[in-house]
Design a protein around this ligand. Structure first.
Ligand code: NAD
Length: 357
């Protein structure tokens, strides 16, 4: 029997509540699909600051490196807001991503049929269902390029540099192609090749990887401005989108908003190996922590992504996603509750997903 070791970074606020529910669901899935799971907890964020004085203890990094994968709740809260930048909980988040070499960020934008009313898009634009995956390069480009400020002849100016090397583009392109292979076989690479030199290198490199290594995948290209428009005009045309750090930052937020509810959105960050970091896109929601009102579904769906992309248990992943879709027909947490459905707590939602697995 396969056995996987998962590190849990529960974090702060609602983090512990939502991760507990995801663990329950993972345990149920492992029984049903016949694989073993062991869990160990490590500290990150405010919880780590309180216990050790730093947001990312070395022990946490070591444990995550040794594990098959990591599941994260959320970090941060008013208690630590007045601390200086480097020792704030969020520094732990950036630190763990970089310590694990996570260069690819995966953000699915999925609309569950039952939540179609929550989307800001019209029903006829969404159609029956919507399922887009945005793959964003996470450790290069303009956010990490050379930058500066200078004053010449009394005029102040500032600059940031977008720089991508061929190997950086090759590795993120491969993540995009692999993702398309596991999904519907279509990849759209997004750039600004009509203006930017770095984008022309990006486009040529993605095209070469596609031709040489993934001839079966249908590759298209879009300029970022057109892509932003197409996402709200005709989002159904997309399967997987691969793009640079800054374009991905903007487009993944746009794509995820199409689904309408922050408590439902999962994400994954991947590096060179199989292990990854899986987390909901929302924060620690200190306003509802401890009230039982948190929606655990984004974390449960992040755990499903872990099963699919790090642990090679796609059937278990699919079963969890199906159970989530089913539960939404009858029960909802407060953030997505509507007339005609039962209003449930975080824990009850976890139990319901387990019972439908
Ligand atoms: P937030 O996402 O925590 O909350 C925004 C709003 O959405 C709140 O009203 C909250 O109650 C609600 N919400 C969020 N997740 C929910 C869920 N699962 N179920 C039900 N309602 C949910 O964003 P914020 O208020 O801007 O930030 C709060 C703290 O979280 C800050 O300290 C911030 O730095 C941190 N944060 C952490 C992460 C992370 O760990 N990845 C991401 C964003 C913000």
């Amino acid at each position: 029997m396969k056995e996987y070791n998962i590190v849990l970074l529960k974090g702060d606020g609602i983090g512990p509540e939502i991760v507990t529910q995801a663990v329950k669901v993972l345990r149920r899935a492992s029984e049903k699909f016949g694989f073993g799971l062991s869990f160990e907890e490590a500290l990150l964020g405010g919880a780590a600051i309180d216990a050790t004085g730093v947001p990312l203890p070395q022990e946490t990094v070591d444990r995550c490196r040794a594990a098959d994968s990591t599941l994260l709740g959320a970090v941060g809260g008013p208690k630590w807001d007045s601390l200086p930048g480097k020792v704030r909980p969020e520094a732990g988040l950036l630190g763990i991503r970089s310590a694990l070499g996570l260069f690819a960020n995966l953000r699915p934008a999925v609309i569950f049929e039952q939540l179609r009313g929550a989307s800001p898009l019209k029903a006829e634009i969404i159609g029956d269902d919507l399922d887009i995956m945005v793959v964003r390069e996470l450790t290069g480009g303009i956010y990490f390029g050379e930058r500066g400020r200078e004053t010449v002849n009394g005029v102040e100016s500032a600059h940031d540099t977008e720089r991508y090397s061929v190997p950086e583009v090759e590795r993120i392109a491969r993540v995009g192609f692999e993702m398309a292979k596991k999904r519907r076989g279509r990849l759209c690479s997004v750039d600004k090749a009509n203006v930017l030199e770095s984008s022309r290198l990006w486009r040529a490199t993605v095209a070469r990887i596609g031709k040489e290594e993934y001839p079966e995948i249908e590759l298209t290209n879009l300029y970022v401005d057109n892509c932003a428009m197409q996402l709200v005009r005709n989002p159904k045309q997309f399967d997987v989108i691969v793009t640079s750090n800054m374009f991905g930052d903007i487009l993944s937020d746009e794509a995820s908003m199409i689904s309408g509810s922050i408590g439902m959105l999962a994400s994954a960050s991947l590096g060179a190996g199989k292990a990854g970091l899986y987390e909901p896109i929302h924060g620690s929601a200190p306003d509802i922590a401890g009230t039982g009102m948190a929606n655990p579904l984004a974390t449960i769906l992040s755990a499903a992504m872990m099963l699919r992309y790090s642990l090679e248990e796609p059937q278990a992943a699919q079963a969890i996603e199906d159970a989530v879709a089913k539960v939404l027909k009858t029960a909802r947490t407060a953030d997505i509750w509507t007339e005609g459905t039962k209003r449930v707590t975080c824990e009850e939602m976890g139990d319901l997903v387990c019972s439908l697995l």
